[in-house]
Design a protein around this ligand. Structure first.
Ligand code: SAM
Length: 251
């Protein structure tokens, strides 16, 4: 968290500082599920799939590895992992918003892929310890009610030597950040709330949740404190996003 509290829009039904917001986050995503992909393409200028592809590349996937995409939403990142499997492994997606999962399932079926899509809260994953070689989270950890507990839960289901890949928006600072802040705090809420007709003003929540989210170094420190080792990150899109890659110690 920055030393001074950032000014938030505060017009969303969901407050990103509320550590009991899970049910509201679920209802908010349920409300925009049908237009979620369209808005991603619009507000990213068509770049969002390229960012997900880079996350898959940085995961350095090896043949036969088991991948879990947490907060999979409509499935885009999980499906890119499935396409990148060098030899048959397994990819599963999990999310706690059923309408998002239904869209993911439909996309996979259209591609002839039978991936498991699991309805689950990232803070209480229904998997045994050390079940996965790679865990990814795309634009999801920002929504965790408790970031530290969520990171520890991801660590629990990752095998020793496994990798966590987190693609996330980061608070934009400095001169370059001025335009980014205007874009994310003003234009995105206007266009996003309008086109999704979001009652919860989901795209105001997007802007506010980015403002209060840890910066790259702070997120690295939180990952280390949760028990991950060797955390690196790469900035994207003028520093408004980053991909963190963290390893679980041991092999
Ligand atoms: C911004 S979307 C990201 C979807 C997808 N990963 C992508 O790249 O587009 C965030 C997703 O995280 C899910 N989510 C948020 N908090 C969650 C939690 N605690 N457990 C499971 N899913 C969660 C929401 O339901 C939503 O589908």
């Amino acid at each position: 968290m920055p030393a001074t509290e950032p000014a938030l829009r505060g017009d969303s039904a969901v407050d990103p500082r509320d550590n009991t917001r899970g049910p509201k986050v679920r209802a908010m995503f349920a409300g925009i599920a049908g237009r979620y992909d369209l808005l991603n393409r619009i507000i990213s200028g068509g770049r969002d799939q390229a960012w997900r592809r880079l996350a898959v590349r940085l995961a350095n996937l090896k043949g036969g590895e088991r991948v879990l995409d947490v907060c999979c939403g409509t499935g885009d990142l999980a499906l890119l992992f499935a396409a990148a499997q060098p030899s048959p492994g397994s990819v599963a997606g999990c999310d706690f918003t059923p309408p998002m999962l239904a869209l993911a399932r439909g996309k996979a079926q259209a591609l002839g892929l039978a991936l498991p899509w699991v309805a689950a809260d990232a803070l209480r994953l229904p998997f045994a310890p050390e079940s996965f070689d790679v865990i990814s989270v795309g634009y999801g950890v920002r929504n965790f009610e408790d970031l530290d507990a969520g990171l520890r839960e991801l660590l629990r289901v990752l095998r020793p030597g496994g990798r966590l890949v987190v693609l996330e928006c980061t608070p934009a600072r400095g001169l370059v950040g001025a335009f980014a802040r205007f874009y994310i705090n003003r234009l995105v809420p206007f266009v996003g709330n309008l086109l999704t007709r979001s009652r919860d003003r989901a795209y105001s929540y997007l802007a506010d949740s980015i403002q209060v989210f840890p910066d790259c170094n702070a997120l690295k420190q939180r990952m280390l404190a949760a028990g991950f080792a060797e955390v690196t990150w790469r900035r994207l899109n003028l520093g408004t996003m980053a991909i963190h890659v963290a390893a679980k110690a041991g092999a």
